[in-house]
Design a protein around this ligand. Structure first.
Ligand code: SAH
Length: 338
């Protein structure tokens, strides 16, 4: 049976009107599902929906709360028994929901725990949207003071641009004025640099783009992100230069800092050469260790130095505070096989 959370409002209305139901009722139902507001919906329409649509969200199989008592990791079970992880990350007064795009991941980045499990399959639209809805419901119940619609980062398991069509449809559902009505700047899509997806990024309604950068040198980036062998960094950077941006919209470059590996002065100089003219904000992520990891976390002073050198060269840079690493909910620690 078709899942309700697969549908944009336009598609939902076309389908229900084919069966003789009024647009206004379809709209009211759609809004009530996403916004929780009470609307009058005729009984016969409700009966039709119940028999023709699956209205179920994925199941929360396990909830872990970190020591900060605010970062929450959900193990989410899909209808075929596969699981993905969704993480609530506190950010000022609001939450950001970190959403997975695939079961596992094909990218095999050498520093990432998710990569060790390989790719099982793409997530369906309703599984992507469903993670948001269930996490938002949890916030409303447990942290009612943080009820504002959370931001989204596609930084969970998987490579979102590798599941382009479903991510695209999910984004259009997130932006729907009669539904969740998020703004494009509330959504950030992070990619390891999957060029075929970046080339059609304009189809994604100008959401924020983050690149997992990690090194300006191809030989080193090849080791960290094998995908770089197919799509080297200069090609990615030149594609990023051509992407239209909203006013004051920056590109985020995530930079994983690994002890004694990628935070030298040569790295700084090469970064300056490669990125001049691009409006980049650096998001520095000290490497998070996980069982079996071959890299080490850098010293705090090395992270601060590297940040300062980037700032000296006119970049914005901040260090991402690690949240939830005690429950393996931090970046690169998501793994549903362990
Ligand atoms: N595939 C996409 C989405 C995943 S985002 C991408 O690569 O961007 C997850 C972020 O966490 C990426 O920036 C990734 O490089 C980073 N990451 C992965 N493993 C990590 C680890 N062990 N420590 C810190 N960050 C890590």
């Amino acid at each position: 049976m078709q899942n309700f959370y697969d549908y944009s409002l336009t598609d939902f209305k076309s389908l229900t009107s084919l069966h003789g139901y009024k647009d206004v009722h379809a709209e009211n139902f759609y809004t009530s599902k996403y916004k929780g507001s009470e609307k009058h919906i005729p009984e016969n329409f409700i009966q039709y929906l119940k028999t023709n649509f699956n209205l179920a969200l994925p199941k929360i199989q396990k909830i872990q709360t970190a020591e900060d008592e605010l970062t929450v990791k959900f193990l989410v079970e899909l209808s075929d028994g596969n699981c993905v992880e969704t993480v609530l990350v506190p950010f000022n007064k609001k939450y950001t929901i970190c959403i997975s795009s695939q079961v596992g991941c094909a990218m095999k980045c050498s520093f990432c725990f998710t990569g060790t499990q390989g790719l099982k399959r793409n997530l369906e639209v309703h599984e992507i949207v469903g993670q948001y809805v269930l996490a938002y419901n949890y916030i409303k119940e447990n942290f009612p003071e943080k009820f504002a619609a959370p931001n989204i980062v596609f930084m969970g398991q998987g490579e979102p641009l590798h599941n382009f069509d479903n991510i695209k449809r999910a984004i259009s559902i997130f932006l729907e004025v009669r539904g969740l009505h998020l703004g494009p700047r509330q959504i950030t899509l992070s990619t390891a640099g999957y060029l075929p997806g970046l080339k059609k990024i304009e189809e994604l309604n100008q959401v924020n783009i983050a690149l997992s950068f990690h090194s300006p040198f191809n030989n080193q980036r090849d080791e960290l992100i094998p995908l770089n062998k197919a799509y080297p960094i200069e090609e990615i950077v030149s594609t990023l230069k051509d992407i239209p941006r909203l006013k004051r919209q920056y590109l985020t470059f995530e930079y994983l800092i690994i002890k004694d590996m990628n935070h030298s002065e040569e790295h700084v100089q090469e970064i300056v050469k490669l990125l001049s003219g691009l409006p980049v904000i650096f998001n520095l992520i000290p490497f998070n260790e996980f069982p079996g990891a071959k890299y080490k976390r850098p010293l705090d002073k090395d992270v601060d130095n590297f940040k300062q050198r980037l700032v000296d060269h006119g970049f914005f840079a901040s260090v991402r505070k690690t949240k939830g690493d005690d429950i393996l909910a931090a970046c690169g620690q998501l793994n549903t096989k362990s």
